[in-house]
Ligand binder design. Sequence first.
Ligand SMILES: Nc1ncnc2c1ncn2[C@@H]1O[C@H](COP(=O)(O)OP(=O)(O)OP(=O)(O)O)[C@@H](O)[C@H]1O
Ligand SMILES: [Mg+2]
Length: 428
Amino acid sequence: MVRSVGMDFGTTNSAVGVVGGDGNVTLARFEHKGGVSDTFRSILYFHPDLRDPKTNRPAPIAGMRAIDQYLDASGEGRLIQSLKSYLADRTFDHTTVINRAHSLVELLGLLIKDLRARAEEQLGPLGPRIVVGRPVHFSNSDGDADDDFALSRLKPAFEAAGFEEILFEYEPVAAAYYYETRLDHDELVLIADFGGGTSDFSVIKVGPSHRHESKARILATDGVGIAGDALDSRILHELVAPALGLGSKYKSMFGTELNVPIWIYERLRRWHHLSFLKTTKNIELIKEIADRSDEPEKIEALWHIVDDDLGYHLYRAVERAKVELSAHEETMFRFEDQPLVIEAPLSRASFERWISAETTQMAACVDRVLASAGVSGSDVDRVFMTGGTSFVPAVRKIFDDRFGAAKIQAGGEMISVATGLALRAQER
Ligand SMILES: Nc1ncnc2c1ncn2[C@@H]1O[C@H](COP(=O)(O)OP(=O)(O)OP(=O)(O)O)[C@@H](O)[C@H]1O
Ligand SMILES: [Mg+2]
């Protein structure tokens, strides 16, 4: 018998669900250090010494174990995050990891294979068929052609992980299936799924009389490649980069005053590019700037981060501050790797100002999806918000302003998509 299996392969977190004999979805539970979670970190790590004994190729590991190994190895090897965000990026075809080129498809395949193996440890064999979530528009996509290109890379990655029949479903449609399980009446809902890489929306009829209408009940879908990672990137740019010399000056060999090049900080914002800074040429450049800078201690701090590969540590400090601001008006940003300490107070008000371009784009997409569904705010019975970034107060406010707080419901932040995909697998 073919099982109904769904996989939410997320930019930051992934989850796997199967439909049991009773029609309910069981999610894979991932153990880690005595705790257990419904989600698996979408992260891959290559340890410099770990090799596949058969092929002698570097053998990566994924999930939380990847992070543990990376931290144990004190920054040696390569940690790769947010791979899904590069699917639509035609300039990212492969990257060199420990002296060997790996294609994006290969890296994704390795990640999905490990996720599959961990899920099968308790769910048993998943079988050949799987329904996989996809954002409406991928990060870094400029339209349908780029989205198709992204899918043309995601599919072989699932094949490499042993799946044969791979069906894609929009993530915000899957989240609607999850929302619907708790519903005893019909509703017109706006689903809003805010993740790490993308924010996705669907306007869909849910409830007992629509349950079997399949595609016909989806009035519209839309999305933008702006979500949690983009918010982190703002904190990095506004708070961290200035402490690392963004905006500082230095004197050229000929005595002219120059700005420290901004591209250095652009690289910092994209975690996987940080290791690209560590080329001989860039090392020389950063050293030269440090010697001639009007704020040498800041350039030395930058150097410390590049040289010690502290991109992931920096990411964690930034994410921690962002998460704190979902619950508090103020927080203290703190990054420490002796002798370097970056500490600064951060208020929710400043954060909201920094991310206003992002929240404006999200809001415009909400308005667009309503328009293409041909409905107005008052026609919508309920808004269902899900995904990790839906915790951000400024993101919630987009909906409070348009629909009123009473219409908004939130839930299943980390599991709604995987649960819905498994339910969808039952129908297809
Ligand atoms: N309490 C919180 N406040 C703010 N942001 C949060 C909070 N909790 C999680 N996040 C953010 O949510 C994001 C991860 O959410 P989620 O797991 O839904 O994304 P994903 O499914 O992996 O990504 P995508 O759907 O875009 O592929 C991260 O950017 C994380 O920092
Ligand atoms: Mg998601």
